[in-house]
Every structure is written in structure tokens, then in C-alpha cells.
Design a protein around this ligand. Structure first.
Ligand code: HEC
Length: 133
């Protein structure tokens, strides 16, 4: 009887090991939040489209965050903490990781100053509708 249990235990331990390996490997930080999308102004609506193309890969289509980047609808980014200048700076110079564990944000050279003002309108309207102001 004993001879049968030992190999079973070994197999069991191996399966556990493989399981832990895989579940650990996908345990990347995700701070994603659910974002309520309000009725947007014209400027914010075009900002939404520009954001989707240039920023959503990391920040999510409605700035709720992904596994690659943080939510911008977050109290860290309320206007008093990160004023509009932080958005222009982020896009032109990139951002060194400091608040999160996602790594640095590269400069996003595909957006113009006008694009950014529309993106800011979009993010600020989302923040306001989600209690961040
Ligand atoms: C390749 C991924 C990536 C893309 C694309 C990206 N970001 Fe970021 N962004 C990040 C990460 C990561 C951080 C957080 C850095 C930290 O504080 O740890 C960040 C932070 C920011 C911040 C906060 C800046 C600060 O001063 O702390 C702003 C604002 C921002 N992003 C705006 C944008 C906008 C607007 C776009 C599109 C034009 C964009 N991001 C595209 C990854 C990205």
C-alpha cells in the first residue's frame, strides 16, 4: 500500500509546483478601476478618441488602468495633485515610475498640444463624474 502512496504524493507535489509557477507568473500588479462614463462635452469626446489611440494601451480606454499602466481616474491625478501641466510633461518627456510598479512611461510623440488639451478635458470630465476633483 505504502509503495503506491509515495509516487502519488510526488505527482501531487509536482502538479502543485507547476500550478504555483503559473499562477505566480501572471500575478502582475493591476490597479484597474471601474470608470463611469458621463455625457461628455465635444472637446472631451474628441479627447476620448485620441486617448483610445495613444494612451489606452496602458491607461485603459476610459482611463481606468490596465496591467501596463495606472488608472488616471484616481485621486493621485486629481487637479490639485497633478495639474494639467503634468499631462503635457508626461507626453513630451515621459514619466519616471514613482507612484506605481509599472515602470516608466515613455514619451508619446504622436500627440500634439491641442490633442493633449482634449485628452485633459476627457480625463477631467471622467474624474469629476467619478468623484475625483
Ligand atoms: C506604454 C504605456 C503608457 C502609455 C502608452 C501612456 N502612459 Fe501615461 N503612464 C504610464 C505609466 C506606467 C505611468 C505611471 C508612472 C508612475 O508614476 O509610476 C503613467 C503616468 C501618467 C501620468 C502621470 C504623470 C505624473 O506626473 O505622475 C499622466 C498624466 C499620464 N500617464 C498621461 C498619459 C497620456 C495622456 C497618454 C497618452 C498620450 C499616456 N499617458 C500614455 C504608462 C503609459
Amino acid at each position: 500500500m505504502k509503495e503506491k502512496i509515495v509516487p502519488l504524493l510526488v505527482i501531487g507535489a509536482l502538479i502543485m509546483g507547476v500550478f504555483l509557477l503559473f499562477s505566480g507568473g501572471s500575478k502582475r500588479q493591476s490597479a484597474a478601476v471601474d470608470v463611469k462614463i458621463p455625457v461628455l462635452s465635444a472637446s472631451a469626446t474628441s479627447g476620448q478618441a485620441i486617448f483610445k489611440i495613444n494612451c489606452s494601451q496602458c491607461h485603459g480606454p476610459s482611463a481606468g488602468g490596465t496591467k501596463q499602466g495606472p488608472p488616471l481616474v484616481h485621486k493621485y491625478y486629481e487637479p490639485n495633485h497633478h495639474a494639467d501641466g503634468a499631462f503635457y510633461r508626461a507626453a513630451t518627456m515621459g514619466v519616471r515610475a514613482h507612484h506605481w510598479g509599472f515602470g516608466n512611461m515613455p514619451p508619446i510623440r504622436t500627440v500634439t498640444t491641442q490633442d493633449l488639451s482634449k485628452i485633459i478635458a476627457f480625463v477631467r470630465e471622467l474624474q469629476k463624474a467619478n468623484g475625483i476633483f
